[in-house]
Design a protein around this ligand. Structure first.
Ligand SMILES: [Ca+2]
Ligand SMILES: [Ca+2]
Length: 168
């Protein structure tokens, strides 16, 4: 029987997290560094299998981009295990996805980045699918709470949270 994928709000138990940590240490690119060691982001697909998440290529690419952008392509085992403890909280996932979408890492969400954000959000959380109809123009006005003409990562996260609340 095929094993079911974990949903976006799945809360991993301590023993499951520990087992993923052990699994990561068996991967080909694992390097011990005196601490918990790290794995190359090129093995993201294997890691996503370890956490039993869906691993469509677009999703794997998004996870990989995060570690490439924020950790130079190495995934520290202890940091990854810490992430697993909070992934089920939707605000953590949102923060993480918006950071992923901010491709040039300037702290603001441009039109291209907004379109990319909607694409990746729908991949990760189908509850957000209804946002597909929101245009960038509407987003830039609604989300720009300090009215400086651009939407920061924090403003974007707050806007998404409001949208999610409104859907409940
Ligand atoms: Ca940006
Ligand atoms: Ca702003």
């Amino acid at each position: 029987m095929a094993e079911k994928y974990r949903p976006a709000n799945y809360e991993y138990s301590e023993s499951e997290i520990a087992a993923v940590g052990e699994g990561m240490k068996k991967l080909r690119t694992y390097v011990s560094d005196g601490g918990s060691g790290s794995v190359s982001s090129t093995q993201m697909e294997e890691i996503v299998k370890l956490i039993k998440r869906e691993h469509r290529p677009e999703q794997v690419a998004c996870y990989k981009a995060f570690w490439d952008n924020h950790h130079n392509g190495r995934i520290p085992v202890d940091t990854f295990m810490e992430c697993m403890k909070t992934l089920h909280r939707s605000e953590v996932l949102l923060q993480w996805l918006v950071n992923c979408a901010d491709k040039d890492r300037n702290g603001f969400i441009s039109k291209d980045e907004f379109i990319h954000l909607l694409e990746i959000m729908i991949l990760f959380d189908s509850r957000i699918a209804t946002m597909e109809n929101v245009t960038f123009e509407e987003f830039s006005v609604e989300a720009d709470t300090n009215r400086d003409g651009r939407v920061s990562v924090a403003e974007c996260v707050a806007w998404l949270q409001e949208k999610q609340e409104a859907q409940k």
